[in-house]
Structures are given as structure tokens and as C-alpha cells.
Design a protein around this ligand. Structure first.
Ligand SMILES: [Zn+2]
Ligand SMILES: [Zn+2]
Length: 192
């Protein structure tokens, strides 16, 4: 089975730390209409058994492909997240809280936790470059490649009114990632 790790050593020797490394295939994630692709994630860290449970600590490295918020071209986003998860042979009554995951046949499956951790780590927005000119909101042309005059035309037609982009250089209709807000909500829930 892919993405699983045999933890029988850690179960047999409680209190002893075992280093591990694994490559985890992470399925695409739909982030509100945008499909984010992940490269295989490299997980490294330690396993620590304590009777019926095994704690997994370490880190996960991977690269996500997200669309530039302005021109929608793919941008490679390096991700690095901490893993601190507990797996248990006894899961009755513990499955609802989502804090303890199951050990099945002395194996743990890192697929779900890796995907959850990586999705939460995705940035709000990415740009292919700081000075990406984006798509023209009028004709839809990639203004990095085509220099249309739609915006200039609109600006001179509405002299003295609001500029089409604000001081930060954001463009109308820019895509943002709502998961950072979600992450904030989850974190505040944990503190309750
Ligand atoms: Zn761009
Ligand atoms: Zn245009």
C-alpha cells in the first residue's frame, strides 16, 4: 500500500525513538474552484511508541502548483509543514474528535494528514512575479504578453474617478485562498 508506514518496531519498543522517511503521494485539492496540484511530499521525522499509540513528529516538504492570482499562470509554491500526529490501535470513541488516527495491521497511513496539513499551508495568493501585469479585466488578454489599451482607455474616459487598481497593485477579480481564514478558525477552535 502506498503512503503507509510500518510502525511495528515502535509498537514493540515503547519509549524508543525510530527515525523514518517516506514519500507520500498527495491528491489534487480543489481550493474553491482552483485545482492545486502537489508534488510527492517528502516526510521525515521520528516515530515514538507508547503502548497502543505511536506519535509521528517531523516535517513534510512538497511543492504545490497554484495559479498566479493575476494572470493565472502556474506558479510553483514550496511548502514545508510540521507533522505532529498521534496514531492509535484503539480508535473506538476517538474517531469523532479527529485527533487520533488509526493504526491498521501495524501500519499508519499518512495520506489524509499530509493533505490536510498541506492544504492549510497554502498561501492566500501567489504571483508569478511581483510585477506581473495580470489579465486585462476588459478584454482578458495576458498583459505580460499583450499590451492592450483597454485600461488606459477606460481611465481617460473616467478622468478623476477611481483608478482600476489600488495602491498595492491588486487587480479587480483577483483570486484569494479562503483556507487561511479557515486555518485561523480551526486554530481558535482548538483553544476553546
Ligand atoms: Zn502572473
Ligand atoms: Zn484589454
Amino acid at each position: 500500500m502506498a503512503n503507509t508506514l510500518n510502525v511495528s518496531q515502535a509498537l514493540k519498543a515503547p519509549g524508543q525513538v525510530f527515525p523514518f522517511s517516506a514519500t507520500i503521494e498527495v491528491a489534487d485539492a480543489d481550493v474553491f474552484g482552483e485545482t492545486v496540484r502537489f508534488s510527492p511530499a517528502e516526510a521525515t521525522g521520528t516515530l515514538l511508541g507508547a503502548g497502543e499509540t505511536v506519535s509521528v513528529r517531523g516535517e513534510l516538504r512538497c511543492e504545490a502548483a497554484m495559479a498566479c492570482a493575476r494572470c493565472l499562470r502556474p506558479v510553483a509554491v514550496p511548502l514545508r509543514v510540521e507533522i505532529d500526529e498521534r496514531f492509535s490501535r484503539r480508535t473506538e470513541g476517538a474517531e469523532d474528535d479527529g485527533e487520533t488516527r488509526a493504526i491498521v495491521d501495524s501500519c499508519i497511513d499518512l495520506t489524509d494528514c499530509a493533505r490536510e496539513l498541506l492544504v492549510l499551508e497554502l498561501p492566500m495568493r501567489v504571483l508569478c512575479s511581483e510585477d506581473c501585469k495580470g489579465l486585462c479585466p476588459v478584454c482578458g488578454a495576458d498583459r505580460n504578453e499583450v499590451s492592450c489599451t483597454c485600461l488606459e482607455d477606460a481611465q481617460s474616459a473616467s478622468e478623476g474617478t477611481e483608478r482600476p487598481d489600488d495602491e498595492e497593485g491588486r487587480f479587480a477579480g483577483e483570486v484569494t485562498n479562503p483556507f487561511s481564514a479557515l486555518k485561523a478558525m480551526i486554530n481558535s477552535d482548538e483553544e476553546v
